[in-house]
Design a protein around this ligand. Structure first.
Ligand SMILES: CC(C)(COP(=O)(O)OP(=O)(O)OC[C@H]1O[C@@H](n2cnc3c(N)ncnc32)[C@H](O)[C@@H]1OP(=O)(O)O)[C@@H](O)C(=O)NCCC(=O)NCCS
Length: 119
């Protein structure tokens, strides 16, 4: 596999809180798939984890380049049993995405690396 793109994004947690305050479930269902939402417990990290996923989706879009048309919801961010994030795309684009996410009280940051799968 060879690296074909990299992307990074930062999201202010407040932006996610405000969007949910204003648009509620309409915002959540526009950005996140049910499978993602089902895995995010509504505890004190709820908004941080949503913001981390939002940042990850934007980082993935940067990594795969804008020539690939993806809605945010088509880029699912899930966690492996050990907690590490991974990306599931609704369309096969012949790429594997590697991800890293971090979040603190005010910000979430994500980085994505796209690798081309060589047959
Ligand atoms: C995995 C670990 C590095 C996460 O660090 P953290 O500062 O607690 O949390 P961050 O906000 O930076 O990152 C959280 C994100 O890390 C990612 N993550 C969790 N486990 C992971 C793992 N095993 N591998 C890669 N990424 C992981 C997740 O995406 C998580 O966000 P999410 O749950 O919303 O998806 C940390 O829990 C860990 O295991 N550290 C090992 C060192 C240690 O044990 N230190 C404590 C003794 S001093």
């Amino acid at each position: 596999m060879s690296v074909v793109g990299v992307g990074v994004d930062i999201v202010k947690i407040e932006k996610i809180c405000n969007a949910i305050g204003k648009w509620g479930d309409a915002f959540l269902s526009r950005v996140f798939d049910d499978e993602e939402l089902a895995k995010i417990t509504k505890n004190k990290l709820y908004y941080q984890r949503l913001a981390g996923r939002f940042a990850a989706k934007e980082a993935v879009i940067k990594a795969i380049s804008k020539s690939q048309q993806f809605a945010l919801k088509d880029i699912m961010i899930l966690n492996k049993p050990n907690g590490a994030p991974y990306c599931k795309l609704t369309k096969d684009i012949g790429m594997e995405i590697m991800l890293s996410i971090t979040h603190i009280e005010d910000y979430a940051v994500a980085c994505a690396v796209a690798q081309k799968i060589e047959n």
